[in-house]
Each structure stands twice: as C-alpha cells, then as structure tokens.
Design a protein around this ligand. Structure first.
Ligand SMILES: Cc1cc2nc3c(=O)[nH]c(=O)nc-3n(C[C@H](O)[C@H](O)[C@H](O)COP(=O)(O)O)c2cc1C
Length: 368
C-alpha cells in the first residue's frame, strides 16, 4: 500500500516537503486518542521477548528512530505510535539555526538511499528544552537527545556550545548523545580526534551531572563511518577511559561507495551525507570493530542502512544492544516498525539464544 502511495505521490514531491507532509499526518494522528490507540495497536504490537534493558533504561524493544527525523521534539508520541521503541530527537544546537539553503535533501530511489546536507536546521536548545518540559507523554517511550555544534560558533569554542545544550536539555533526556559526526557542519567531524573529543565529552559529562543530580544521564557519542579503523579504535578506547555509556555507529557517509548504476550521476555528486542501503556494509563493519574492542563494557547502538529485520538481527549479533533507522522509513513507510519487530522476535525464537541480550555480540565472540 505505502509503496504504491510512495510511487504515486511522495516520489514526485520535493523530499523535504514530503517529509513535512508525512510528519504533519503523524502528529495529527497522535493527537486523536481513538486513532492513536488504534494505530499503535496495529503498528506497534508488543513482543515480550524483545523487551530490552539498555543504558539503565527499560524499553519495549531494541528498535529506535535515529536522530534527524524529529529534530525539534515535536512528534515523539507519533513516532512511538509507529513502533519506535526509542526516539532520538535532534540534532539540537546551542542556538537556533535555519540549516543550509534548500534544496538539501535528495532521494536516490534506485539505491534505496538518501543524500542530505540539512546542516542541523533546528529550533535551538532553549526552545526544544521548553517543548520537552511542557510535554505530557502519551506513550511510554525512551527519549534520547542528540546535541551538536551551532554553525556560527568557531571550532575552538565548540565545547561551550555543547555544554550550553547539555545544561538545558539533560534534565529531559533519558540519554544524551554528543554528535561529532555530521558531515554538514564545517569542522564538526574534527571533534572526533581524541585530543578534541576528550575535553568535549568530559565537559558535557560534567554539565549533565551538574544540572541533573537525581540520576545519572547516560552519555553517548555518535561517530562517522568515514573514520579510519585506527580512529574507530581510538574513540572506543577513549569511551572506555572516560566511562562513557555508549557509542552510536554510524552517522551518514561522505563516501559514495555501494551505489548501483541506477541513480543519476548528478544526484550522486550532491554534497552531503549518504544514508540508507549503501551504508549498510560499512556501518556493520564499524560496529563489529567496536564490539571486538569494547565488548560489553559499553552499550553499542547500530545504525546505518538497516532495512529489514534480518539487518537489525545482524547488528545485534555484531554487538548492538539497540538499533536505529531513518532512511528505510522513507521507502517502507508506517509498517516498517511492525515488520522489524515481528521479524526480530521470530529470529530470536529460532536462535539458540534465550534472550535478546544473549544474542548481543554473539557473532563477534564466536569469531574471535
Ligand atoms: C535527512 C537526514 C537528516 C539527518 N539528521 C541527523 C541529525 O540531525 N543528527 C544526527 O546525529 N544524525 C542525523 N542523520 C543521520 C541518521 O541519524 C543516521 O545516522 C543515518 O541516516 C544512517 O541511518 P539510515 O541509513 O537508517 O538512515 C540524518 C539522516 C538523514 C537522512
């Protein structure tokens, strides 16, 4: 149904406009009690065996919405209604900003991929914090808050900008993510170098602890698939050293590998981060590497090119306790979450593992 609708309607619309339209429908449905209960019952059925504990939080399952879809925390319940077991909002920056000029989002339909150079368009940390503060949740869902650097803030002052966001948003975050891996903010990814990352993560940790004294807000870092393997190892070691709670692997890539011949060259050459199917192999590889390095000491979140339950299962076997997705949602539509849950539950039942937690990293453990 959705695929037909996509082919007939969304495909011919500007991708960003289609996003806003779909987003409006989701928010509207979530505001009508009878409708949202019905939609959630159909699209987000609970599977007992998928219950997950991660980052000290209890979730209905391991599958969440990756950052960038709900940048301003306006549709958390709508996304939970569609079956996302956690919703990562953001990236939120210290100050509000419009992002890059349009057009900045491109569909590579034949490759089941997207290229975006949104550039962190968002309402800023103050407005998003106020929105989260006034929210009355309908569905019990875990809310992650992903923070990044305001574009006009120079790299040398990045720490202060992240700290500002952390101070404002940590009180409303079930977990906090330091995003240093978007390719669309100049210089951002330089913050992945350990000399820059160590003071940044320490300062954000300190800020979160200062403003939230009743619990420890889990802190994660999100990394790029374009890091060299040694740099992935360096971030992993740093995360262990600093007592970080998790690593999210991966963000979009600036590489253009894994594309077929179906997408027009002009599209492929658009500047920005590539996501979706072509990212699958590298994201899985980075995850595997991280798990081999950190094992169970740190929670790993697998994201990048997940389209099917089998993809999600492979990430779990490679070491991910949680998995996330974005691009496949655009192509597969509202039944996507349901399919992932159903397939994951079936795979777990057919596997030798008693629980999902037992399956985490099983492939890497047996191969090492
Ligand atoms: C349009 C778009 C906007 C995104 N914005 C953000 C963002 O603001 N912050 C972030 O950490 N990741 C952002 N991402 C990256 C996704 O969270 C995810 O890491 C990436 O798309 C790989 O997953 P996927 O292949 O399932 O899409 C964005 C991705 C897309 C497609």
């Amino acid at each position: 149904m959705y695929k037909l609708f996509f082919r007939l309607v969304f495909r011919w619309m500007d991708p960003e406009q289609a996003h806003h339209l779909a987003f409006r429908w989701i928010r509207l449905a979530a505001r009508i009690p009878v409708l949202r209960t019905f939609v959630a019952a159909v699209l987000a059925p609970r599977h007992r065996e998928l219950r997950t504990e991660a980052l000290g939080l209890r979730m209905h399952g391991p599958f969440g919405l990756a950052a960038g879809f709900d940048k301003n925390a306006v549709a958390i319940d709508g996304m939970a209604m569609l079956g996302f077991d956690h919703v990562e909002i953001g990236t939120v920056t210290g100050e509000p900003q419009p992002g890059n000029p349009k057009k900045r989002l491109f569909r590579l339909v034949g490759d089941r991929a997207l290229i975006n150079r949104m550039g962190f368009n968002n309402d800023g940390s103050r407005a998003v914090a106020a929105r989260l503060a006034s929210r009355t949740p309908v569905f019990r869902t875990v809310v992650g808050v992903n923070i990044g650097k305001t574009k006009v803030v120079p790299e040398a002052e990045a720490v202060g900008d992240y700290v500002k966001s952390a101070e404002r948003l940590a009180p409303y975050a079930d977990y906090l993510v330091v995003n240093v891996s978007s390719p669309n903010t100049p210089g951002l990814r330089n913050l992945q170098a350990t000399e820059a990352l160590r003071p940044l993560l320490s300062a954000v940790r300190e800020a979160a602890d200062r403003v939230v004294t009743t619990r420890r807000v889990p802190l994660l870092v999100k990394i790029a698939p374009d890091l060299a393997d040694e740099d992935v190892d360096a971030v992993a070691d740093l995360a262990v050293e600093l007592g970080l709670d998790g690593i999210i692997a991966t963000n979009t890539t600036i590489a253009r590998e894994g594309l077929g011949l179906t997408s027009p060259p002009a599209l492929v050459q658009e500047t920005g981060g590539l996501s979706g199917a072509p990212l699958k192999a590298r994201s899985l590889e980075v995850l595997r590497r991280l798990y081999a390095r950190v094992g169970d000491r740190i929670t790993l979140v697998g994201v990048g090119g997940i389209e099917t339950a089998e993809d999600a299962w492979q990430r779990i076997l490679a070491g991910a306790t949680l998995v996330q997705g974005y691009s496949a949602f655009i192509y597969q539509g509202p039944f996507w979450g349901r399919a992932i849950h159903k397939g994951l539950a079936a795979r777990l039942r057919q596997s030798p593992y008693a629980t999902l937690a037992d399956a985490v990293g099983a492939d890497v453990r047996t191969n090492s």
